[in-house]
Each structure stands twice: as C-alpha cells, then as structure tokens.
Design a protein around this ligand. Structure first.
Ligand code: M6R
Length: 610
C-alpha cells in the first residue's frame, strides 16, 4: 500500500519527507520519490527499490533545497515497479506535482480522453491522469482549489492525494476519498501523511481528513474545505500511542488490522472489474472464443491460496461447466499432469514468490500451456512469468497468516468463473446481474461480521486450552473448513484438521472425545440435512458443536451448542463470509494463549524454498 507525506514550513522539507517515508515503510513499497519547491521550480528525485537508495541519491535529502514538498512510497498497482512509475507524477511542464495512495478506477477512460486532448504520458500509472486533469482544470480556473474540486468530480475510485503547484509557493494541498489521510500542525510547519507514525516525531496534534475533504496549508495555517469548496472547521485529536502501535493503526496486531481491512480490499479488487454493471477483466487476455475452447482448468497454489482454489473448483464447475482440478503446487510440479490444448492453468499466490507455485507455472509453460496468475504483489516473479496476471488489490500483507489476500483471491476467482460462464453461455444475464449485486454487497456483510467480534472472542477464550479442533463441511463448506483449520493451527499451535463431513466416519471420528470442539460449516442449503446428520454423529460421541451457518437456519440450533450466523448471500460466495468468524476465532485463541500471531513459529511469510 502506498504511503504519502507532505510538509510545508520553515525547515528544509526533503529530510522531513524522507523521515516520514521511513515510518511508512511497514506498509510495503517498491519505489520512492520526493518533490520539493526550491524557491524557483519543483525539483524531484525518484528511485526504484528501497528508501535507502533515495536517501543516498539525495544525501539524506540535503541536496534538495526548499521548505515545501511531497513524498511517496509506491506499492505498485498500475505499471511495474520502475523509476518512471514511481511518484511523484507531474503535468507536462512539471509545474504540478502529485503523490497518490489508492486506485483510480476509471483511469483508462480518463487517459484516453486526455490523450485525445493532446496530453502525453510518461508512466503507466493511474495517478498520472490526476496530474494531467489538474493541469487541464488549473489552466481554466487559475485556482488550485477549484482545479482540485473539478478533478474530484472526474475521478472514480479511492485516493489520498498530496499536491503542490509551482505557481503557489509554500502551499500544500491534500484530499482524500476512501484512502487514509491525516494532517498535523507542528511548531514550525504543517504536515500531511497516510498514517500517524509519519508525523509523530513532529506533532501529536492530528486532524483526520474525512472522505471528500480537502486541506490547504502553508507554513502557518491549515484550512479545510468540503466537496462544495466551502471552508469547514475541524477538531484536532491528540495522539497518545507510541510509534509501533501507530503503525498498526491502533490494532494490537497486523493480523487483526488486516482482518479489518478486508471490506476495503474486497472493494478494491472487485470495483475496477465491474463497469456499468458488467464484468470487465481487461488483464485476462482471452477472447470469448478462447474461453469457449477451454476443456480443463487446473488451479495450482499452496496453503491458503490453494484453499481458495478448492472453493473456486466448485464455482467453475457448477457455473461455467468446465472440469476443474485444484492441485497443491508441490504435487502438481512432480506428478506429470495431463496438460493439452484447451487447458488453462491458474496459479494463485499472495507473494508471487512461492517456490512450488512458481515451479508449477514454469512446468505448465514448458509444456506450452497458457498460465494465468492471480497475484497480490505487483512485479513479483509469478506476475512477471505468467502469460496474464489478474492482481488482487489487498495491499501489503504483513502478518504471516493470510486473511485479506485470501479474501481477495476468492473475489478474483468468482469474477473469472462468472466471466467464463458468460462467455460459454452457461448462465443467464439475470443470474449474472444477481451475482454481481451479491458480490457488491459482500463488503458490508463482512463489516457486519466484524462488528460481532466480541461474541467470537468470548467463545474463543473458552478454547485456548483445546488439544484438538475439527472443522467439517461439505462442498464449498469443506473448502471453508480447510481454511478455518489452517488459520487456527498456524497461529495458535492447536492441532486441527478439516474433514469433508461425510468422510469423518471412515476413520477420523475415532478421535472425537467428550468436549472435543467440532466446528461445522453449513452454508449450502441443499446440504443442510446431510450436515446435520454428520453433526449428530459427532455430538453423540461427545463433541461440542460450533456451527457457522446462514442467517435463518435456526433449525441448526437443535443440534449445535453455539451458532454463528452469516448474512445471506449467493450460495457460491458464502466462503467470503464464513471465513471471517473463523479468522477471528483463530486470532483470539492465539492471543489468548499468548502466541506471536503476526510471526508464528517455524513459518515465513513468503516460502521461497521447495
Ligand atoms: O504467497 P502465497 O500465497 O503463494 O503463499 C502460499 C502459502 O504459503 C500461504 O497461503 C500460507 O499458507 C499462509 N501463511 C496461510 O495463512
């Protein structure tokens, strides 16, 4: 996730900007840059790679004179990590500089329009359209605030922007919509940043900028405006946290922060691919004819990414009627799978660096098979080597246990399945509309489930001493169980297994004792009855039964000892909701036991060895 900073005051700006960017490193980035007004013009420097490189290039900022500037750490979204794509971005004359955090969803349309008006582009980023739009409106208005307001009317998506205009020395502008932005008043100047740690060294008096609010500042004053350009008053808040706590935005752990970031991550992955009520996956690179020619899909991945593939198998097969196999990358690469014309291999990876997944991709490509990557980290090895890449916009995931990447991988797979079904004519337009409407509702449903965390926490506290926990389900619910079980064992070190509910009695049921916790996931209405039978089987052997089911399925209360209801959604998308309480359960059990949830023992965030 990108980080932005800005300063205007009496001190040299560049060292303060670099200092702020240091504090935003935890957000993840692949390039960095600063722009400063030096008293005559805007000067800038950018560098791909670590901030250290930018520090060396600028002698810790010393070679950039000037007291007003903006800085950025970029986590690539549109365009690979490179010097050209690093921020700040500029209008053609270099008199307007912009840093941006977020995604401009309609950037392609805007880029085409601006190109028609003669604007040329120096990068592949979505952000550059903002610099040119500002230029376009500034020429007309001659007033930065008016130019910003008119630009806001044109851009869709999420943004926190820091902007300086050469014609307005010492003035710094910032605006946000759906991306975080704060501003602070320090003794010798004013600052903006994506997050509190970047400015804590200079001030603890912070204003939280709300959606569509604009701040205009110089060395001595701060003014706030609403979307109509009217000046508004805001109250500052005194920050009491220390820097480490501030990086986690007040959450105790990154895992919890990332669990809470899921509604936003889902929106960012979904919205750019639904235009005017239709699915548009520009990066797919397959024609309808090629989709119709598909005879087999392999989804290949590891760990949680593999679990999303298990969900997707059900959806691809039912919806698009394409035989789909989901395979562990470590197995796929050595088992000589039958790959022939008409096969598509989809590899799924958060990091894009997982050794087995990368090897599976290479194996498929060696056999001349087309590979589509679903990847979170832009410019990663899998993203570079796959034929086509569909990015999940989860932002950097820091906790080892994946949560928001898992949720966004599901979204990417649902979208693909619907798109394939449309191309193959296995779904009606009315069904597509219904599914898209349900997908759009997922973020608010996730919010609702997150709002219920106390109840799950109380339940989790009862199980911190558990020895074994079993998760059971059928169909998609089995896939959800796999993820619930992995989440619990990796962060809490409690032994846990996921079982297809019908398979339990073929051996594993012998492990059920008095009080063993069995979490039953039942979100597939046509399988309720079968699931209840399996629940009764374990209950009669002493299990304590937790059920995760759809709202309205009160029948389950006759069998389950504790029930968590998820909001109603389309039957294909229940994994996106049922996983939330299971993530929270794992998290609270782990912290109840005093485990290091963000860095569980023996695990690495990116597994680059086979
Ligand atoms: O980066 P990847 O998505 O390729 O990683 C795959 C697995 O290593 C990963 O999902 C792992 O299982 C997680 N730690 C689970 O939370």
């Amino acid at each position: 996730m990108c980080g932005i900073v800005g300063y205007t005051g009496k001190e040299q700006a560049a060292p303060i900007l670099l200092d702020g960017l240091d504090k935003l490193e935890y957000r993840g980035y692949d390039s960095a840059g600063v722009a400063v007004y030096d008293g005559e013009k805007i000067q800038w420097m950018k560098a791909r790679g670590r901030l250290k490189i930018l520090r060396e290039m600028t002698h810790d900022g010393q070679i950039l004179p000037g007291t007003c500037g903006i800085g950025h750490t970029r986590w690539a979204t549109h365009g690979i990590p490179s010097n050209e794509n690093a921020h700040p971005h500029f209008n053609e004359t270099g008199t307007i500089a912009v840093v941006h955090n977020g995604i401009i969803e309609n950037f392609q349309k805007l880029r085409n329009r601006l190109a028609e008006k003669g604007y040329t582009f120096a990068s592949d980023t979505d952000t550059e359209v903002v610099a040119h739009l500002l230029d376009y409106y500034y020429k007309d208005e001659k007033d930065p605030l008016r130019a910003i307001l008119r630009t806001m009317n044109r851009v869709e998506g999420s943004y926190a922007l820091g902007i300086i205009f050469q014609d307005h020395p010492g003035q710094l502008y910032a605006v946000r919509k759906d991306s975080p932005l704060i501003t602070g008043k320090a003794a010798d100047g004013n600052l903006i940043a994506s997050d509190v740690p970047a400015i804590l060294k200079y001030t603890r008096d912070v204003y939280f900028i709300q959606n569509e609010e604009i701040v205009c500042m110089d060395a001595d004053s701060l003014r706030f405006y609403n979307v109509d350009g009217e000046q508004i008053e805001k109250e500052s808040v005194t920050i009491q946290w220390d820097v480490t706590a501030a990086e986690k935005a007040g959450y105790e752990h990154f895992m919890l922060k990332e669990i809470y970031e899921q509604p936003r991550a889902v929106i960012d992955t979904l919205n750019p691919r639904i235009r005017d009520g239709k699915i548009e996956i520009e990066e797919l690179g397959m024609t309808d004819e090629e989709i119709r020619a598909l005879r087999k899909i392999y989804i290949v991945a590891c760990g949680s990414a593999y679990h999303t593939g298990v969900v997707a198998k059900y959806v691809f097969e039912e919806l698009a009627r394409i035989p789909t196999e989901t395979d562990l990358a470590s197995e796929f690469r050595y088992r000589n799978p039958i790959l022939d014309e008409g096969t598509l291999v989809i590899v799924v990876s958060q990091s894009g660096e997982t050794a087995d997944t990368l090897a599976a991709l290479r194996e498929a490509k060696k056999q001349g098979i087309r590979v589509l990557g679903i990847v979170n980290v832009v410019g990663s090895s899998i993203a570079r080597e796959a034929d086509d890449v569909m990015y999940t916009w989860a932002g950097p995931e820091i906790a080892v246990a994946t949560t928001k990447a898992y949720s966004t991988q599901l979204i990417a797979e649902y979208l693909l399945a619907i798109r394939f079904a449309q191309a193959r004519g296995t779904v009606s337009e009315a069904e597509v509309d219904e599914m898209l409407a349900e997908l759009r509702r997922l973020p608010e449903h996730i919010e609702l489930l997150l709002g219920n965390k106390e109840r799950i926490q109380r339940f989790a506290n009862r199980y911190i001493a558990a020895r074994d926990v079993f998760f059971i389900g059928r169909g998609i619910d089995y896939a959800i169980s796999l993820e619930g079980s992995l989440k619990l064992k990796e962060v809490s070190y409690i032994h846990s297994e996921a079982y297809a509910a019908g398979e339990l009695k073929h051996g594993t049921i012998s492990l059920i004792e008095d009080g063993t916790l069995v979490a039953a996931v039942l979100t597939q209405e046509d399988l309720y009855k079968k699931m209840i039978s399996n629940m009764v089987e374990v209950k009669t052997r002493g299990a304590f039964l937790l059920a995760v089911t759809n709202v309205g399925n009160t029948e389950v209360e006759k069998t389950a000892d504790y029930v968590i209801y998820i909001p109603e959604t389309h039957k294909y998308f229940t994994a996106s909701l049922a996983v939330i309480p299971l993530q929270l359960f794992a998290y609270y059990v782990a912290i109840g036991k005093g485990c290091d949830v963000d860095k569980p023992r023996n695990l690495a965030k990116s597994v680059t060895v086979e």
